[in-house]
Design a binder for this molecule. Structure first.
Ligand code: NAD
Length: 252
């Protein structure tokens, strides 16, 4: 049976990915810092309480995976935090470092410890969750945009390093995803801009050709495609699942 590891798999996009990989016949292993949510996930999933930015914890995670699975077939480096909503002059260095450390550093550590196992296996797929913030500027979200552009640079480099070992590496850029995380972003942006939550929501949706937010399941379907045989020669690609965002915030 094929295997899939998903970081930040206890909620949101990661949980939708785990469900979709399970539906596609994979054994699933999720990690998260949210122990309660991890415990609420289906009992047959492997799970570990791991902070993606903590190197000893990540080292231990991959030692455990090696002992149980040998190597994962698919690794979704999905963890990331939104970081502050603030003008650049108001961004605190501590918040900058936390956002970069988890969002970009977590993807780095995931790749660092997955790569040797996957190389030994001689095949596999890594899927990095970036964002449309990794394709465009994102006013008042400098740490997040910088981290998500960094994820793209990491992915492009990994694709070159690992492709020759049969490991495909791609990035998904979700647009604005319906759910609690975007609700928090909408609230913070509304407050910062003196607007209502609905005005900000319409600004995001109206900035896409399809006029819509996406769902976590939309992202999960793309991850399963990228992790499967149908994508056997898809490598080094940045794939937006966003309803086509040219300007993510056109009205504000
Ligand atoms: P979410 O807030 O619903 O879930 C995030 C999960 O990450 C939570 O379970 C949380 O406990 C976990 N987490 C937080 N810090 C962690 C850490 N240090 N180590 C391990 N786990 C940690 O968020 P989501 O919307 O599912 O986001 C998942 C990914 O998708 C992130 O990388 C995010 O930046 C990206 N993304 C989200 C959106 C969106 O609109 N929601 C858009 C583009 C990209």
């Amino acid at each position: 049976m094929k295997t899939a590891l998903i970081t930040a798999g206890a909620n949101g996009i990661g949980k939708a990915m785990a469900l979709a990989f399970e539906d596609a016949g994979f054994n699933v292993w999720i990690t998260d810092v949210d122990e309660n949510s991890l415990n609420a996930c289906p009992k047959n999933w492997q799970r570990s309480v791991v902070d993606v930015s903590n190197e000893p914890q990540m080292m231990q995670l991959f030692a455990d995976i090696k002992a149980q699975w040998g190597a994962p077939d698919v690794v979704c480096a999905n963890a990331g935090i939104a970081g502050p909503t603030a003008k650049i002059e108001d961004v605190d260095l501590t918040d900058w470092n936390a956002c970069l450390g988890i969002t970009l550093g977590g993807a780095f550590l995931t790749a660092k410890y997955a790569a040797p196992l996957m190389k030994a296996q001689g095949q596999g797929a890594m899927i990095l969750t970036s964002s449309t913030a990794g394709q465009h500027g994102y006013p008042n979200r400098a740490p997040y945009a910088a981290a998500k552009w960094g994820v793209i640079g990491l992915m492009k480099t990994l694709a070159m390093e690992l492709g020759p070992h049969g490991i495909r590496v791609n990035a998904i850029c979700p647009g604005a995803v319906e759910g609690p995380r975007m609700e928090g972003v909408l609230e913070r942006e509304a407050k910062a801009k003196g607007m209502t939550r609905d005005q900000v929501y319409k600004g995001y949706a109206g900035g896409t050709s399809m006029g819509s937010f996406v769902t976590a399941e939309d992202i999960a379907h793309m991850a399963v495609f990228l992790g499967g045989e149908g994508a056997r020669l898809v490598c080094g690609q940045v794939i937006a699942v966003d309803g086509h965002t040219e300007n993510p915030d056109p009205k504000i």
